[in-house]
Design a protein around this ligand. Sequence first.
Ligand code: FO1
Length: 329
Amino acid sequence: MNDRQPRPIQRVVALSGGVGGAKMALGLQHVLPPGELTVIVNTGDDFEHLGLAISPDLDTALYTLAGLANPETGWGRRAETWTFMQAMQDLGGETWFRLGDGDLALHVERTRRLKMAASLTEITADLAQRLGIPAQLLPMTDAPVRTRVTTDIGELDFQDYFVRRQCQPRVAALRFAGADAAAPTPQVCAALTDPALEAIILCPSNPYLSIDPILALPGVRELLRASGAPVIAISPLVGGAAVKGPTAKIMTELGISVSPRAVAQHYGELLDGFVLDARDAASENQLTALGLPTLVTDTLMKTLDDRIRLARAVLDYARTLGNHQEKQP
Ligand code: FO1
């Protein structure tokens, strides 16, 4: 590399949840040196099911970053077998939440270790290491936080809403039970206060379901604002629709316009930059009118190369934003 080109960005933190976030994290993992990427993952989707402690967003991140994820669904394992689920069905057990045989081992082992008083952070770090994942994978907190969805048929647990009822009920409100009493882990705080940190990426996850639980933890917003690293959000919408999942439906039901501008306004003062999909280039001026620097690029991530390309584009963009002054409180 000639000396005219500035040194590539090294130390990055990504906030992620769900399938879209994990894809972005994989692209970043491929672009950054081992150990330079930290992924802070939503645990608001976690629940106990069949007596097992299940952390779907952590598992989607683990499988995706280890190259084990089911390429069709984005969650669970590739080349999975379903003997356990079939046996459960024959016994009249609950099969609405699909647990493949290999995936089941992870839930059984996590449950066993939690019962032995290991923390979710410790368990996740050990599993990531065993799976050969070069990134640091951090649950947002080790305390219980549960997303509750207020709908036209009452308040639902997250996976009941998301999986069992396939996001059909109309959403009136979301809350993250336990968030006020929870705290970002020391590892999360250390990652966000690292003086070497050069970019913080809000992945193209569902802002309301996957990123908000992380931001709801006391102190996290302050840590993001106090960081010298630019905070950049990737639009989860392409062409006025979500790439995957209920983002657009939830925005409509919450009375929020389904637009990248609305997403940018939702994150508000946290942002130093926004990444807009090229198909929505016409709305770039709505973002710059907010005073928000915006990168317009192809954000669809169908292939690994797409993820790597987007990661490179976002990090190159982060470098142009440079260090930002501490935001107005
Ligand atoms: N999502 C579904 O739509 N159906 C399922 O049966 C399902 C099972 C499942 C098992 C393990 C796991 O880690 C994730 C699973 N998911 C399933 C996805 C999960 O509900 C969502 O990915 C997150 O909770 C929201 O991002």
